[in-house]
Design a protein around this ligand. Sequence first.
Ligand SMILES: [Zn+2]
Length: 435
Amino acid sequence: MKNADILIHGCTILPMNRKRSIENGALAVKDGRIAFVGKNASAGRIVAEAKIDAKGKVALPGLINCHTHVPMTVFRGIADDKPLNVWLDKTIWPLEARLKPEDVYNGALLGCLEMIEGGTTCFADMYFHEDEVAKAVEKSGLRGVLGEGVIEAGSSVQGEKMLARSVSFAERFRDYADGRVSAMLAPHAVYSCSPELLLKVGEEASRLGVGLHLHLGESETMLREFEKKNRLSEVEFLNKIGLLNERVLAAHCIDLSEKDMRTLSNRKVNAAYVPVANMKLGLSAAKVKDLTSLGVNVGLGTDGPASNNSLDLFETMKTGALLQKHEYLDPTVLPAYEVLKMATLNGARAVGLEKDVGSLEVGKKADIILVDLAKPHLTPLHDIYSTIVYSARAADVETVIVDGKILMQNQQARSLDEQAVMEKARKTAYDLLSR
Ligand SMILES: [Zn+2]
């Protein structure tokens, strides 16, 4: 007789390390890890502290958001329908200059709550006062791959200062909250950091053994301007200074040449595909079909909740699949299984956590979500991957487990007080505007 902390039984399981699902399956969790995945019938002798009857539900790996700025929940809906440069210059950057650490904490906590309720169990984040994001991750029970942003904005003194902060953050938070927080260095982008600073970032990243999270190919205009000024594309430039490797997570990657995409593939760079924010800002689509066929690992991201305006990966999966079909004028591009794999296993690889999360396998960390299928918009069920990607919504997530702990059950958040978190974030947002 085996003992487990949690036994989930009676559900369909999508392990995501292979396409075949398990019908009438069971999952056991012990000491934060998955101890059993298989048929219900074979789990009969497992004795568990907590049992979850998951009949009519589907269990899948928690979704992974590969690119966001989670404290920006407080700017949600504040300046929409504007061009990227106007949005940044006139609204976002002046407001960010007024942000205090506690504002970042309150915004991050709201983002964590939203992610838990929408089935996201892990996210890659870059922002300022990232210590506060780490504390919000610790409190919420989520998993985070976090980086303190480095932006130079024409001042090398500021650049150095921010690099020192980013390094200090990585040193302090690379293994935090029982290992649920890991760290990256986060140089904002090639156009906002000088080559000298980027070289130092690269040196520090290899010294610390951490990855780099940055924006790359963010908009056509920025790409053209950079190329005109430097006579090299952003990718060529980063490759020339030796910054591209398998620990780089590059957000956006839109409008890249085939040569650039080949370079990303050769250097094993990971891309975060951010369809909703790209579309909202009227930008073009990353060529995901080309990137993946060249061998680039692609995960999914939402970008910050000020340019999306949500942290909903279900919406991102559907929109991401549709945008690719639209871009290539071909309905066969990015099928449902592939897009769910991007949101799970490929995402785990992109953030450097493939060994621990991204699929439901014995020995991996227990980051599991249950989606309730007993809904009109999920009926009838012909193909489980089509149902999850094209029909399911974040609000259909019923239970969320991270690191073997139940963060939400029967749609009730357990680690955070929903009303209190929302109230604090509301107050923070209104305070910011009156400062
Ligand atoms: Zn971003």
